[in-house]
Design a protein around this ligand. Structure first.
Ligand code: SAM
Length: 162
């Protein structure tokens, strides 16, 4: 597989998981959290798929396409280790969906961060909430769900709170 093929597969997997998650939260009230704005691709997709949801974005340094930057009231600017704590005070038990796309090229750092992140987001989740992540959130093992058809194991991680 070429690197181009690999990128295309990764993005197709991401879109399939996002679309599945958006369908799965229909009828479940709550806000949506996007962890990692990047260039705003997945944020833009989420706001198109979920036009009636409030979406809050977490990013330490905004560098997105100008059309894909949330307003100040929907942006938590800073490191997740600080901003998620603020969000927990505000949204505990009220989040319908979290999408996290914050991995780096450093697998050890990713594993450490994912171990922390799973614990940190658990109190935010409403019953039936979906979590989608580019990293394995081991603290959410009890909530693990199968991936959509065609998405290779390990490419994305899908969880649903009971
Ligand atoms: N999903 C995005 C898209 O489709 O454009 C790409 C996200 S990009 C891979 C990851 C983003 O997460 C980067 O913009 C980075 O700054 C942000 N990020 C990573 N670790 C973070 C942290 N600890 N706190 C806040 N933002 C973080």
């Amino acid at each position: 597989m070429s690197r181009l093929d690999s990128v295309i597969r990764r993005l197709e997997a991401q879109r399939a998981c996002l679309n599945r998650a958006c369908e799965a939260i229909a009828g479940h009230p709550g806000v949506v959290l996007e962890l990692g704005l990047g260039n705003g691709r997945t944020y833009d997709h989420l706001r198109q798929q979920l036009p009636d949801r409030e979406i809050f974005v977490f990013e330490r340094c905004v560098n997105a396409h100008p059309d894909c930057i949330p307003d100040d009231d929907h942006l938590f600017l800073g490191d997740l280790k600080e901003t998620l704590a603020q969000a927990t005070g505000r949204f505990a038990g009220q989040v319908a969906m979290i999408h996290s796309d914050i991995g780096t090229g450093d697998p050890d750092r990713n594993a450490r961060f994912a171990a922390w992140l799973g614990e940190a987001i658990a109190p935010l989740l409403a019953p039936g909430a979906i979590v989608l992540s580019d990293q394995d959130l081991t603290a959410l093992d009890d909530y693990r769900q199968p991936l959509p058809p065609g998405v290779q194991e390990g490419r994305y991680f899908f969880y649903r709170r009971a």
